[in-house]
Design a protein around this ligand. Structure first.
Ligand SMILES: Cc1cc2nc3c(=O)[nH]c(=O)nc-3n(C[C@H](O)[C@H](O)[C@H](O)COP(=O)(O)O)c2cc1C
Length: 248
């Protein structure tokens, strides 16, 4: 199938970039790309970042694929650029590829909080910084991407009582990936908002590999972000014990 060749016959610019960088110590992963430093895939990026008030929710845009040649990073960078223009929260790109996570290698379930690996501790420290997350998931085999499921499974308390939005993409706009990811997030006590950002490999990517979202689908992320910013602020109060009956 020619579209499959287009999809998988390219190199991953972000991977190539990392290959040129000095070898990193897995215990101190490269810092995540800050919102203002992200190089977006499309014109949404041309507007400058809005000033965010102190105390505004901190939201991580978490990549979902580490595959060489991945489309994922383009989508995540575009999202950070668009979201940063809102001014009601800060947005930071957190690329799971920067954390060199192996297949889950912790002896104890993450709920014990007894992390042994330096890679786990570094991942936990980064994730703990945020009030909310946007997970950018491709669809793999009618589900979310294995790299994302693995990265989620390393941690527990760091995710709990926080909010999340999801952006999916694939041949069917990632719809099945999004719904499967919701089940995982529920178990981790992440409150996932109802609205989703959705992109089609056929119409939001040029040659299945260059992210050029249609205006219609680009706008699909905005209601998701509206809900996410609101819920991220609310769950910060839950974690602080400020809401009556809140159990953390
Ligand atoms: C192992 C594998 C399974 C896939 N399964 C699906 C699928 O079930 N549904 C779908 O819409 N796309 C599927 N795709 C296509 C991916 O959604 C597409 O390649 C996407 O670009 C993957 O994200 P990435 O490039 O960021 O890794 C699959 C791709 C791979 C590599």
């Amino acid at each position: 199938m020619s579209w499959l060749k287009k999809l998988f016959g390219k190199t991953d610019s972000s991977a190539a970039h990392r290959a040129q960088a000095p070898a990193s110590d897995p215990s101190t992963p490269a810092p995540s790309t800050a919102a203002t430093a992200a190089a977006p895939a499309t014109g949404a990026a041309e507007a400058s970042a809005a000033v965010v008030r102190a105390g505004a929710p901190r939201i991580a845009v978490v990549t979902g694929s580490t595959r060489p040649g991945r489309n994922n990073r383009q989508v995540a960078e575009w999202l950070v650029a668009r979201a940063t223009q809102r001014g009601d929260a800060s947005f930071e790109l957190v690329d799971i590829a920067d954390f060199s996570l192996p297949l889950l290698d912790e002896a104890y379930p993450a709920a014990y909080g007894n992390y042994a690996g330096e890679h786990t501790k570094a991942w936990a420290a980064k994730i703990a910084e945020f009030d909310g997350y946007v997970f950018v998931t491709p669809e793999y085999n009618h589900s979310t991407a294995p790299a994302l499921a693995n990265a989620l499974s390393f941690l527990n308390a760091e995710w709990a009582n926080k909010a999340a939005g999801i952006v999916g993409y694939g041949s069917a706009m990632g719809a099945r990936a999004v719904e499967h990811l919701r089940g995982v997030l529920s178990e981790l006590q992440v409150a996932h908002v109802q609205k989703t950002g959705m992109f089609s490999l056929f119409s939001d990517f040029e040659d299945f590999s260059v992210f050029k979202p249609t205006d219609l689908q680009a706008a699909s992320v905005d209601p998701m972000l509206d809900q996410l910013v609101s819920w991220s602020a609310a769950f910060a109060q839950v974690r602080a014990g400020e809401l009556e009956g809140a159990a953390v």
